[in-house]
Every structure is written in structure tokens, then in C-alpha cells.
Design a protein around this ligand. Sequence first.
Ligand SMILES: *[C@@H]1O[C@H](CO)[C@@H](O)[C@H](O)[C@H]1NC(C)=O
Ligand SMILES: *[C@@H]1O[C@H](CO)[C@@H](O)[C@H](O)[C@H]1NC(C)=O
Ligand SMILES: *[C@@H]1O[C@H](CO)[C@@H](O)[C@H](O)[C@H]1NC(C)=O
Ligand SMILES: *[C@@H]1O[C@H](CO)[C@@H](O)[C@H](O)[C@H]1NC(C)=O
Ligand SMILES: *[C@@H]1O[C@H](CO)[C@@H](O)[C@H](O)[C@H]1NC(C)=O
Length: 457
Amino acid sequence: MMPLTLLLFFPILSPALAWLPMEDWESGNVTTSADGLECFCSVFLPDSTFPADRVQHMQQVTIDLKLEVEIQMNKLVHYRGKLDIFLGELMDLTVRVAMMEGSADDYIKLDFELLRIELREFEALVSQLKDSLNSSSPMFDSLYTEIHNMTLIVNQLETIDKNNLEVIRIEFAKLQKKLEECQKEMEFIKPDIGNCNHTGIMSISKPTVIQINAHLNAGYQYGGWGKDSKPVRGYESMHWYGAYSTPSVYEFYLYSNYDKLIQRSSFTHHGLPQGYEGTGNNYVVHGNTVYYQADNPFRMSKLNLTSSVYSHRQITKASERFSYTYSPKQYLDFSADEKGLWVMYATEESMGKIVVAKIDEKSFGIKGEWTTNAFKPLAGNAFMVCGVMYATRPGDLQTEEIYYSYNTKTGEEKYMSIPLQKFQEKFVNLHYNPTDQRLYMYNNGYYVSYNVRFNKE
Ligand SMILES: *[C@@H]1O[C@H](CO)[C@@H](O)[C@H](O)[C@H]1NC(C)=O
Ligand SMILES: *[C@@H]1O[C@H](CO)[C@@H](O)[C@H](O)[C@H]1NC(C)=O
Ligand SMILES: *[C@@H]1O[C@H](CO)[C@@H](O)[C@H](O)[C@H]1NC(C)=O
Ligand SMILES: *[C@@H]1O[C@H](CO)[C@@H](O)[C@H](O)[C@H]1NC(C)=O
Ligand SMILES: *[C@@H]1O[C@H](CO)[C@@H](O)[C@H](O)[C@H]1NC(C)=O
């Protein structure tokens, strides 16, 4: 067998790649290996400005090719394995192309010219190698096809898909416009966020959000979710979530907006330190502060998310004997509405009937109490809207019913039957949010929310 020396050139004649004809190839030295054969490949790079990463890439390919030649020369059976490495290189390139297809942003960064040159080089290499080895191996043929196909993809990306990108942009702009119009319409239908000029709840929509909790754990049945009802500047859309497999409260997750909540991408997380743990799951976030029921000793607590400072107040009257229907330990139920912050509990004096208390946010004290006729152990939950307490009770498995209201301003109470469709039977946190006039429910491990419609005068 004749010893063979190949000296491969990688001329930079952008955008076209020219290969020197075979007769111009320089001969290198022939070194003798054990079996008398040695293959010598070297790369000539005339352009010093040539990108280093591409050089490296091409050098790698050259090494692979060198191996190929060696193997061909030695007629070794490892042929297939080595070619697989070469094909692996090509796969990287395929992945890169696929990534570019996937993301619109990357289109803009895509250097089609560079990619095409790289592909042409591959093409030429394979072609040259094939000729010089006088090989008609099916491996080379499929390699050649693959490279050619990728060149076609790149060309398509550059022409058709660039136009597609433009189409996507136009469609996106249209959608945004539609969304804006829809929002305007919503504002027209609901011009009265924060206005209590109505005579109470008329109806509740079907659930508008149903999503499993951020732990993706249906066993986390005790928890709550919602939106800050009096957000501080910069946190206008802040959402929160907390849950566990028992009524104990150990942590809260905060999300910069609704989308982040759905994507389970919190910007921060607060673990309650030992001695500050809560229970009962009727917490809310109001004014960038979490209000919750601390466990031991039993008291109302708040965690200021701005300062990370905890404060506590004991409500001596609040009884630890009366909880809601679906869950134990729900002694303090926090709620926020257009009028401010409230806490609801039952007392021995009220014999288990719900007492509504107004919280003074500055002093973290109670500044008013109203005893209702809603017997807490029969109620599913309660919430405040415009200074009016609404209590629910179980209907059938899929329905909860708002059955009672108490107006703290007038002392007027009403009995009613407003259905609330549930996703699952049990729930542990139900509250109203005055910033969007929605109800938020933690329904057996699922986030559920509702729109509220009010009676007009
Ligand atoms: C080729 O061999 C000669 C003499 O053996 C040596 O001087 C020269 O450096 C070699 N060239 C290469 C490229 O190895
Ligand atoms: C190359 O292949 C052709 C036909 O496929 C054959 O006639 C020729 O002898 C081969 N040359 C070498 C150097 O193997
Ligand atoms: C190349 O493209 C042709 C036609 O689109 C297709 O039939 C073939 O399977 C492709 N080959 C490879 C290796 O991707
Ligand atoms: C409340 O409603 C009454 C009757 O519809 C209306 O006269 C009054 O201007 C409204 N007040 C506000 C603050 O919207
Ligand atoms: C929380 O802490 C900040 C910074 O100390 C303070 O300005 C704010 O009033 C506090 N909020 C509550 C509800 O205590």
C-alpha cells in the first residue's frame, strides 16, 4: 500500500468557499508508523482575522477527518465508529439550526452567512475526502445528503422564515391591540373598582382560574393564594401562595405578577422561623404584609415583607373551639376589602357565631367588633366586601352557597342563596380582593378564582 499524505487547506474566500485542486496540494513528510503507514494532515489558515472558535471547530473536524483517512488507509473495521464521531459534530450543528428555528429572538442574532460557509466547508471536505479515497461508501453518501439538507434549511430560514418572523410580529401586534381593547371594555363594564355604590353581591361567575398549586402536589390541601389587596409601589401585581399537607403554615412564595405565579417562578420565598409558624390557612397579603394566625402561642401575626419584621397581637376573646366546616384550626380568618383590613373569629360569648373585627393597621389593634348570626362550624368560610361580611355553607359536592350577609355599617343582615361552583369539595381559604373585585379560593390543592357581580341600585 502507498503511504498517503494529505495537506488540507481552509481558504477564506467569503462568501464562496474555494477548494484548491488536488494537484496544488502540498506534500508533507511521510513518517513511518509500526505498520509502515502514517497519515499526515495539517491546516493552512491564511487569514489571521478568522474567528478563533471557527478555527477550533474546523481543526476538530480535521482531526476527525485525519482519523477517517487513517482508518480508510488501514482498512480497519472501526470505520463506522469514527464516522459516528464526525456525524456527532454534524449533529451539534443540526441542534444549533433547530435552536435558531425555535426562538424568534435568535433569528435576529443568526449569522446565516457564517453558518452557510461552515456547511459548504463540510460539504467540500466530505466531497474531497470521498474523491481522494476513491471511496463509494454509503456512509459518505448519507453524510453528503445530510449536509446538503442542512444547507437547504439554512437557506429556508433566511428567506421564508424571516418573512414568517415578520408575520408573527404583525400577528403579535394585532393580539396586543385586541387585548388593549378588551381591557378598555372591561373597564367600561366595571368602572367601579373601589366603589361601594351597590347593594351587595348579585352573582358569582364560574371559576375563571383552575390550576394546581406551585408544588404540583395535590396533597398540599391546606393553603391559600391571591394578590396583594393594597399593593405598595412597584409590587402592584404581586401574587402570593403558601400551602402544606397539614393546616400548619411554614412558608410563603411571592410572584411579581399573575403570569409568574402560573409559571411557578417566585421572586422570593419566606420561611417562617421557629416559634413563628402559623396554622389555619386563612391568611391574606395586604400592604406588602402577610396577616396570619400564629400557632403557639395562639395570636394574630403579621410579617412585613418590606422590612421582614414580625409583629403579634393576642385576641383574648377569640375562641379556639370553633373552626369552619372543612378544616380544623381556622380560628382567625383575615380579610381585606374596600374599607380596610378585617379579622373574623368566634367567641365563647357569641357561642360560636362569627364576630367581625376591624383591624387598625397602624397599631395592629382591634378598633370595632360586630357579632353576626352565622354559626361558624356550619359555615364553609367567610369574607368581607365593602364592609359587609358574607358567609358560605356547603351545598352539594360541586357547589358552595353564599347564604348570609352582615353589614357592619348598618347592622343589617340578609339571607340569600348565591351559588359558587367548586372544583373539588373542600377548600380552606376564600377571600375577596378589592383591587380586582374577585374571589380567591384554595380548593383542595388548586387555585380557583371568580368574578363578582354586584346589584346596582
Ligand atoms: C520533513 O522532513 C525534513 C527532513 O527530514 C524536515 O527537515 C522537515 O522539517 C520535515 N517537514 C515536516 C513538515 O515535518
Ligand atoms: C478508483 O475507482 C475506480 C472505479 O470506481 C477504479 O477504476 C480505480 O482503479 C480506483 N482507483 C484507485 C486508486 O483505487
Ligand atoms: C434530506 O432531505 C430529503 C428531502 O427532503 C429527505 O428525503 C431525506 O430524508 C433527508 N436526509 C437527511 C439525512 O436528513
Ligand atoms: C351612587 O349611586 C347613586 C344612585 O345611582 C348616584 O346618584 C350617586 O352619584 C352614586 N355615587 C357615586 C359615588 O358613584
Ligand atoms: C412595613 O415596613 C415598612 C418599612 O419599615 C414600613 O414603611 C411599613 O409601614 C410597614 N408596614 C406595615 C403594614 O407594618
